[in-house]
Structures are given as C-alpha cells and as structure tokens.
Write a new protein. Sequence first.
Length: 610
Amino acid sequence: MSAPTRRHVLQAAAAAALPAAVHAPAAATERKVLRLLFQGAETSLDPARISDIYSRAFTAHIFDALYGYDHLARPAKVVPLTADGMPDVSADHRVWTIRLKRGIRFPDDPAFVGRVRELQARDYVYAIQRVADPANISPIEADVAELRIVGLREAREAALKGGQPFDYDRPIEGLRALDSHTLRIELREPRPRLLYQLAKSDLLGGQAREVVEFYGKDIAEHPVGTGPFRLKSWRRHSRIVLERNPFYRDVRYHAQPAPDDAEGQALLGQFKGRRLPMVDEVDVAIIEELQPQWLAFLRNEVDALAGDTGFLPSQFTPVAMPGGKLASDLARRGVRAYRQLSPDCTFSYFNMEDPLVGGMGASQVALRRAISLAYDTQEEIREIRKGQAIVAQSPLLPHTTGYEAGFKSEMSDYDPARANALLDLFGFVDRDGDGWRERPDGKPLVLEMATEPEQIYRAYAELTKKGLKKIGIQVNFKIQQWNENLKAAEAGKLMMWMVGNASSTPDGQGILSWLYGPQAGNGNLARFYMPEFDALYERALVLPDGPERAALFRQAQRIAVAYMPYKVRTHRIFTDLAHPWMSGYRRPLFWQDWWHMVDVDPALRARQVS
C-alpha cells in the first residue's frame, strides 16, 4: 500500500477507539491554545512528591527554578531564570551564593490573603526543606541528600528520631536566605556541577510556604508558582489545562544558538524579542493507547506529537516516515518532522532484595545474566520500535558525560546458547523433565514481571516470554497501570519491571545513581548495593571533569554489566511531528519546559481543520 492508503486503513479500523474528539476543533479566534497529549498519566502536581516525567512536565511550567537551559543552544547551556546572573562559587565548589531578580511575583491566590507576594530567597530554602521533610516521603529526597547541604541531614534526622513534625523554622547552616533576595548554599563536600541541580524546577522550584500550609493535604491540587503558566483545570489521569500566568514577569524570547546552527538561527530570527509565553493555554489530554494517539494527530485534535511525554509512537513510524522521510500526505498538509537520539534508555530491572533474582552470589548473578542474554534487543528495535532506537551497552546515556558511542559490552548480547550454559553450570536445571528449569534447591523457577495493559506492553511481554522459553524459564506478568507499578517499584514490591529513564542534566553521574546504595527505592529501583560502587560514585561526585573522573565512569560501566541489576535495552530515537500552525518547536535535551517557547496560529488551524 502507499503511505496515504495505510493511513486511511488505520484511521478506519480504529475509529471506534476514540468515541469523541480528544480536543474540540479550534474556532477562528485569537485565543491561542496549544493542544498536546501525554502517553502516561501524572501522579501529582506537588514538586516535592514527584519523580515521573509526566508530572514534571507540568510543574516545570508552573514553578521557576533558579536556572534553566537555553532553548536553542546545542550543546546544552545553563542560563539564569529567576537568578540575577550566574552564581558566585567558592574555589572549592562548596559555597554557592545566588542573587534573585527583584519584582518576580506569585499569582494571586487565597493563601496570600489579598497581598502581593514577591518571590524571595526563602522560597527556595523552603522548597528544599519540603523535600527533606520525612512526612512528604519525597522520591527525590535522595537527590537533595546527595548535595550534602550542611545541616540539612541533621534537620531531617531530628524529625525522624524525635517523632515530631519537621521544624521549618530551625536554621540550617548550609541553607540560608542571607537577605530577601540572596540565597547561600554551603556543602560538606565539593559539588562542581551543582548548577545542573539548580536548573531543575522539580528539585528547586520556588514555593511559598503560606500556600502549602493553606492547602495542607490538598496542596497537590493547588500548585502555585511564578512560572509562565498556572493550573486552570485538572481531571486526574484524563486532562490537565494550564493557562497563562497573568502575573508572569516580562520575559522575552532570547537564545544563543551556535553560529553554524541554521535551524536554531532561523528560530531566533523568527521569535527574538517576543514576549513569553506566546500561547494563552496548554490543553493536555492523557491518551495511553498508541493508536488513539496517532488518530488524534491525524484528526488535527492535537497540534503536535512532541516532547518526552507525547512523541510519535514508534509503531506508526513506517506510516509517518517511510524510508526515513516524511510521508507525502503529511508533507502536503504542512506537517514537520523532528528526529533526535534521546539522552534516555529503556531497561528492565531486577529487585536485588528478591530471593529469586536478587543477591550478589555467583548463582544469582548468573541467573540475571542468563535472563539478559535471552532477550533479543535487536528484534525489539526492529519489530516493536520500528527502528526508532539503538542498542544500549551500559546505563550511560547519549549526550551526557561518560557516554562513549563506540563502547561495547555484554549488555547488548543476545545469546540463548550462552545463557543455557550459564544456567546449567550453576544448577538451574530441569529435574522433572517438564521442559522448565528449577532452582538449585529444586524449587520452581518462575519469574514475575510487572507490565502495563496497553497493547505495546503486550508485545514486549511476548518477546520476553519467547526469549525465556528458549532457556527453559517460566514467567508470569503482573498487569497494572504505570503509576501503580511505579509506586510498587519504589516500595520494593516488584520482582522485575521494564521502564524508561531520561537524564535531566548533561552529566552522566545522575543516571549512575541507579546503582548507588543510598538511592534505593528512589532512582535505584533495583535496590543494588555494593560498597565498592558507592565509593566510586561518591568520588566522581567531587571530582571536576577530566581523565580521572572519566576512568571512574568506565569502571562504573563494567560493574553495571558484570552484576546486571539492570538489563539496559535501548536508547530511543524520538520522532516528533508538528502541524504547520505550531511553530518554534525544538526538542529539549534535558529539560521539560518548552510550551512557553512555541506559538500557534488559530486562524491557520481553523482553515486547515474546516
């Protein structure tokens, strides 16, 4: 079939999957509404209580970090947001002093009792305190703890040991508002790359204490920040609408693309000096099934399939991008395509505390390595991802420190014969002749892997099951929604789960936290613990970039491959599509906030939709 015919067949076959329009057709009005979709549901809108990318995408547009990233600069470049310039940093990278811009205010809210509330240094102190507060059970608490802020650990332990609420009025030596607009952070150890942490709105977005105390347990439903948008409406796991923050400061489009970056220079020429945000609303529909996502785009019900939360599903790449080029019918409609190798990976993890697949004994390591060798990543890329990924060799991610494109390891190998030999050697054999192996102690060898109900996960499950059958291992699949699996994973209640992760900074250290013992239950879903690795990780934290640190990264790769707490599968290639009435898009590398940097043309949309 030709590409247009395939598209029409898909549309006709799946029309019933979308009983109503995802977004109502745009009226010919000057009000600019950016319509997007997310492939997964949010978990919360409270920055202290989220780690998932879907929630972070919203909070990144509501709350302001001190720093952010230049929208067009490649490689990535950190720039001030609410900070008045770059930080003053001591020679040993332990004392960081940041001055805030004046005149930045929060939007009106009942919590302020009619007062105009300006953003102040204390709001960043409070944001960090909330993450450290044990009552919030913050999934990013380990990230903050890793900064080694002087006195913060003691403040947290006082609440943990004393059984009393966290004392937000207790002075913390290393976390102080020197005055209303000056923040000082003092660390127990050097942190040469702290600037990357200061550029995370989910980690250090300014929060007003009176708002959190006013809404109490309902704070997740009332996010109030100084960012370009504020929450307008929220139907959990269905639709979230943000609207322009009417009190957002005067921010103009500015960027510094490289001189030889033709695309970046063209975007700068088109938008330089425009006031941000350029749209009035962002309307996000949650659509977890892939076919309805594709249909929503074809029906002009969303303006783009874009960003880490809503890119083109790989199953439709052969239709949208046959032979690597935009399909002729889409090109005639003015659709634009953007393709990029992402700083991310997909992986399966093994719960190292599980009595079957966990542990550091030789037989347990052999079992994990055999399971890894039985999985055909090349088939996944070819048949499920439709070529939209490359095979991963280690946890280190493209575009980040330590990643080497030419590095090769067993992580990527598919070798059932070697897997069978490993299992035989360590006593995982078929004792009763039923075709399935038992454990060395004779007990049944049956794996349980968590998955989601969407069709694509059934394909991953079938591929996993097929590979394991070749080495005589049975597997059952536990099906839950993604956010339910995340909660269970963080609580250590899953044996195995396939999931993805992306770097939020240009530094490879963050992704290595998956193997760092103190991060167990947070980034370290596998609950891997190895003192040798922890020492390596902590040494890499304090070193400046250079040959010594690079050698530690190579050692970390070898440990990850040898003990296999994670089977890292792929680095994804994302293809984004945008209708012609959305302009200004460039896929971010390490950040989530881009909605304020794009524009939509309602009149052009109305003409093409009608």
